[in-house]
Design a protein around this ligand. Sequence first.
Ligand code: C2E
Ligand code: MG
Ligand code: MG
Length: 735
Amino acid sequence: MSMADAKAMDTEVSWYLRLHRALLPDYNRKAAAYWYTGVLLGGAVLVYCLHSLAARPERTWIEVALGVAIAMLAALFPVQIPRSKNSLAAGEIFIFLLLLLHGPEAAALASAGEATLGAWRISKRWSSRIASPAMAVLAMFASGSLLQALRGALDSLQLTNGGLLIVATMVFALCYFVCNTLLITTVHRLKRSEPLQLKDLVGVFGWVGIIYTGSAAVAALLYLAFRESGLGVVLAVVPIIGLLMMTLHYFFRQQEANEAVRRTASEAAAREAEAATRHMEALQHIAFHDSLTGLPNRHRFNECLAEAIGRSKADLARRFAVLFIDFDRFKLINDSLGHSAGDEFLVQAAQRIRHHVRPTDVVARLGGDEFGILAENLEHENLAVTLAERLMRAIQNPFVVGGTDVTVTASIGITFGSTGYNAPDEALRDADIAMYKAKENGKARYAIFDIGLHAEIAQRLRLEGDLRNAIANGDLSVVYQPLFDLGSGGLIGFEALARWHHPQFGTMRPEVFIPIAEESGLIISLTDLMLQRACRQLRDWQLRHPRFADLRMHVNISAKDVGHDALVPRVTRVLRQTRLQPRHLTLELTENILMEHIRNSLPTLAKLQALGIGLSVDDFGTGYSSLSHLSALPIDTLKVDRSFVRDLQSGSKEAKVVRAIVHLGMSLDKAVVAEGIENAAQLAQLREMGCTRGQGFHLGYPQEAKAVRALLARIVADSDETAVEATFEHTAALL
Ligand code: C2E
Ligand code: MG
Ligand code: MG
């Protein structure tokens, strides 16, 4: 149907239907029927009343008009009862007075007037502006007629006592209240298709009932006074009632104002309390959460862990596990992509971990790149292992950080509540120890804590203390392994290797104590000690005979040294103190260290090279150097890892690797040293491949300075005529 059609149809609709829709849009059939009946009946009664009043004498007319006017005037100034929708109007008194004076017709007229004004004031709907006076007329006419009949009965019984009249008027007022209320509430109930209920009457009684009966009593008193003393008394009472109403009005207004102040104050207090709660919650969140990832922090994690320990003690079946996660190459992300990329990675990692645990598991950031998981209610401890495996797989998927794909691994330490913890830090410490074990075992794996690890840690801590003392007391010793030119057989120099003779455990291998020194930070003073001793020693040997003046010294440095800002000044100071030429010193650092710290270490290495100090990549072939890096790095020597030399049968894979490294060295203009040469066959093969330098037990063991000095002396003595160059077979025989 088009809009025009609809409009045409609308104009066809009769005027009364349109009026009906405008007046009673939300009325159903029953309610509408009731409304029309009420309004028509009310209208009819009003016409009847006017008609019957018209027949009365003029004096009645004047009194009725006066009464109606006062009632309507009073309706304009109602006194609102606090905390109620009802208001108090003095009009009722005069309406009731009119009822007593001139019967229900006059009172109905006054009610109509008062209700019209009242409805006009409180409602915008025409339905109620029309129905209110109609219902008031009906209620007043019905109950007024009842009172009139009652009075007639009393009169005929000659019961004209004033008290009885007052009581009768009050009964009438109640009757009027009931009629009026029922007439009005019936509309509402019909509209909602609900039956009338007793509470419709009882609920609104209170104030309204009291006003009605009170007004009735006053009206009856006024009537009695009027009968005694005429209209003057009534008119005199008008200002008194006005005064009373005004007093009430101001009293109520004051009450309302107080109420408003109280309400505002209590609302303000409620708002303040709410703000304080929000503030407290925010503070709590800050205190217990990590600001970067939004995860609970170590503090909160400890709290949860303490609760879990308590629960598992109360109920042994409640198993829990603590997982300690540490990323294996987080430092690399920070160093190579910057700190904001590091933060971005941590946020993503946190989300990924959270995603792969159960909703009930607690995931916390413990600090740096360390995360903790508390998994409670484990049916079986194996589930914690499954969780660790799942997390490792999830973490191994590349992260996109700052637009770059980043692949990382994590090491996870696991400990179980069944170990019998009393405090959260015990559980966390053990999970941490297990995580270190995982790292030690090669990273990218998990390790489960067992009591044996405790002993290991205790031993490690003890060794760390002993090593600190040994370095401070200069108790470390240095052994020197000769390096030879494989072509000429000439002695090129030595590699200085650290040795530690522990008073209780005997000679300790560098593989054991160097990692301890690196982790504890002792490596810086260890390197300084080695540099001092080795450089001084070499200078001493160089000065022994002009033939040794160009011997070199190789000293191993570690990752921490490369990252140490003061490496260049440290090295130059040693060179100055020992008067060694920079070109006679070579620093060795392993391929892995070099590649992990490539970004940070480049400037330092460049400075060292500029000073003339040699740089050698140790254990070459085991790491991940790329060709582009190799050619750009300021290094002059590649040291082939001894694992390749060990398996150097011709045709082996290792042989191919060594040959490739030799060629690489040649094309990049770097010297290649083969280490770990243990027999003549290996030596012959390396020579055949074109490897220019070598080191190994077959050529010379690492030995103490005293032994080397004796060796140097013999070389000088034995080969006064021969060149130093022809000595490695010679020295091998001597060693
Ligand atoms: P590296 O720098 O690769 O040193 C060579 C290692 O190979 C030495 O072990 C040496 O004794 C051993 N070696 C030499 N020739 C042969 C051979 O023919 N066969 C076999 N099987 N081994 C041979 P060492 O002294 O035990 O040192 C081990 C590692 O400890 C060194 O490897 C080096 O990375 C580190 N290290 C030693 N001293 C220091 C130091 O003062 N500072 C630092 N940072 N690391 C050091
Ligand atoms: Mg070395
Ligand atoms: Mg090596």
